[in-house]
Each structure stands twice: as structure tokens, then as C-alpha cells.
Design a protein around this ligand. Structure first.
Ligand code: C2E
Ligand code: MG
Ligand code: MG
Ligand code: MG
Length: 290
């Protein structure tokens, strides 16, 4: 699977080898067929409220269940989907699956928000807010249960239309998060101008924050920045108990990462969430479900 993942990256970005063009075409045809056949699937990763030790929500992460290559990870096909103009269809399918699952969990007594990632082309599409509003109604999911994540790269590109679309989504009551905060194209200007609710600090700063003083300084300062802007701070890539302890000391709001849980298929995650909930019935010292 790891190997398939790698070959997917090479295909998507176009390698130097002779038949990469033909390979890329094949994969594009496969991806189109895969979208038609419903081969996309979602794994979900918990987001934990640090102070309470409670799982408040999950992030939906797309995978492609390829008929011969097995489970392909996002790096292996998202660049191709974006390049080929398929992100609109892909995002539609992801949202439909994520909202159906969110509704199912809530019907099942598991009150969870669900976060969905948007791509650059989604935020060029003026039909997106209308579609999302309709999808929320159809699935019977309240707007505040849906969070949408956008990277800073997207936020600083074509500011006018992007701002308009984001403002409309937010007026509906959807929470917006800046994903991978601090990598690549950081600019404080959009934080001043754009209506966003949460900052998700990239795992590059988080994973070693318990041992690396520079990471620690960045995490602490970013928590303050987020709070001073009236935003919540989400740390991604939390991989250790020591890291989680530091984040708690620094008043970080939410943690996501392998230390809490890896992304899991919905049924597995349901079992995990139930286990957390029953653990808390026996001790106060465990993660539980809101
Ligand atoms: P992201 O939105 O920043 O998602 C977090 C990524 O970090 C996920 O990788 C997750 O599995 C991984 N991760 C979580 N915790 C840890 C940790 O503790 N350590 C480490 N090393 N990694 C951790 P994944 O699932 O491969 O997704 C990669 C990226 O693909 C996502 O980054 C997101 O930008 C994009 N993506 C995923 N699903 C979708 C989707 O449905 N739509 C769009 N547009 N993009 C998506
Ligand atoms: Mg994300
Ligand atoms: Mg991220
Ligand atoms: Mg990322």
C-alpha cells in the first residue's frame, strides 16, 4: 500500500520516466471511473478538546479504494484530481458521505462535528454555498456540525471571490478553519481580513513541541495569536503524551494526531468512540465523547 501510494504521487505529478504521460492518462481514466463507481471512501480522525479530554468531532480524510492497487492515500490522487478539474465532483462525494456519517453518529447518540477539507478550485465555485446548504438540509445536519478546512495558500489567492464564498458559508453557521497554518505562504494579512474560526497549526511545529524549544515558542505564540483573534487553536500531528501535556499547559483548545487516534474507517471509529465512552464511565482520566 505504501508503494502504491508512492507510485500515485509520481503519476499525479508527472515523473521523468518515458511512459509517465501514458500512465497519467490511465490513472485519470481510472479516477474518473472510480468517481463514477463510488470508489472513494472516508476515514475519520478524532479531534479532542484538550481541557475536557472529550472528542468533539472528527476530520474526514478521503481515500481511493482502487480495484487493484488497494487503498490509495490523498497525496496519490488529489493533485491529479485538481489538475484534471475533478475536485468539484470529488468534494461533492466527500461532503455527501461525511454528512450521512455525521447524521448516523448523531442518531446513534454520538454528538460529533465533522470537518471536511476544501481545495483551491472549490473556493472558485460560486455554487458551493448553495450546494452545501442543500446537502445539510437533505441530510438533516445542522450547519454548526459542519466544519470546513482551507489552507492558507488558498486564502491568499484570488482574495475577492474566495472571501465572498467563505463569508457566505460562515453566515450559514458553518465553522471555518485555516489548515496547515504556518507552512508555505503565511501571511498575517488574511487573518486580519478573513472571517475564520479556528487555526490548525501544522504538525511540523507540533509533533516535537515537547522537546524542541523553537517549536515550543511557535506553538505557545500561536495559541495566543489565535485567542487574541477570538479563534480556537487546533494542534495537528500530536504524537505523544508529553506533547499533549505541553499543549494543555499552553491552553491549546483541540488536539488531533496519532496519539489520540489514527484516522479510522467509520465502523472501527464507532467502536473506538464507544470504548472511550465506557472507559469514562469507570474513570475520569480518559478521553470521552461529547
Ligand atoms: P490535512 O487536512 O492536514 O490532514 C491531516 C493529515 O495528517 C492526514 O493525512 C492525517 O492522516 C495525517 N496525520 C494526522 N495525525 C498525524 C500525526 O500525528 N502524525 C502524522 N505524521 N500525520 C498525521 P492524509 O489523510 O494522508 O491527508 C493528507 C492531506 O490530503 C490532508 O491534509 C488534506 O490536505 C488532503 N485531503 C484529505 N482528504 C481530503 C478531501 O476530502 N478533500 C480535499 N480537498 N483534501 C483532502
Ligand atoms: Mg485538514
Ligand atoms: Mg492539516
Ligand atoms: Mg496537511
Amino acid at each position: 500500500q505504501a508503494k502504491d501510494h508512492q507510485s500515485g504521487v509520481a503519476l499525479a505529478t508527472g515523473g521523468p520516466d518515458d511512459d509517465s504521460g501514458r500512465q497519467r492518462l490511465t490513472t485519470l481514466e481510472e479516477l474518473r471511473a472510480g468517481l463514477d463507481r463510488g470508489e472513494l471512501t472516508l476515514h475519520y480522525q478524532p479531534q479532542m478538546l484538550i481541557a475536557e479530554g472529550v472528542v468533539a468531532g472528527v476530520e474526514a480524510l478521503v481515500r481511493w479504494n482502487h480495484p487493484s492497487r488497494g487503498l490509495v492515500y490523498p497525496d496519490g490522487f488529489l493533485p491529479l484530481a485538481e489538475h484534471a478539474g475533478l475536485m468539484g465532483r470529488l468534494t461533492t462525494q466527500v461532503l455527501e458521505m461525511a454528512l450521512a456519517q455525521c447524521r448516523a453518529w448523531n442518531d446513534d447518540g454520538l454528538a460529533l462535528t465533522v470537518a471536511v477539507n476544501l481545495s483551491a478550485s472549490n473556493l472558485q465555485d460560486c455554487d458551493l454555498p448553495g450546494y452545501v446548504a442543500d446537502a445539510l438540509l437533505r441530510h438533516g445536519v445542522p450547519a454548526h456540525s459542519l466544519h470546513l478546512e482551507v489552507t492558507e495558500e488558498i486564502l491568499i489567492r484570488d482574495a475577492a471571490r474566495t472571501t465572498e464564498i467563505l463569508a457566505e458559508l460562515r453566515r450559514m453557521g458553518i465553522r471555518l478553519a485555516v489548515d496547515d497554518y504556518g507552512t508555505g505562504y503565511s501571511s498575517l494579512a488574511y487573518l486580519q481580513a478573513l472571517p475564520v474560526d479556528d487555526l490548525k497549526l501544522d504538525r511540523a511545529f507540533v509533533t516535537h513541541c515537547d522537546t524542541d524549544p523553537r517549536s515550543a515558542a511557535i506553538v505557545k505564540s500561536t495559541v495566543e495569536l489565535a485567542h487574541n483573534l477570538g479563534m480556537r487553536m487546533i494542534a495537528e500531528g500530536v504524537e505523544s503524551e508529553a506533547g499533549l501535556d505541553r499543549l494543555r499547559q499552553w491552553d491549546c483548545d483541540l488536539a488531533q494526531g496519532y496519539h489520540v487516534s489514527r484516522p479510522q474507517a467509520p465502523q472501527q471509529l464507532t467502536t473506538w468512540l464507544r470504548q472511550q465512552a465506557s472507559d469514562v464511565a469507570h474513570t475520569d482520566d480518559h478521553t470521552t465523547v461529547a
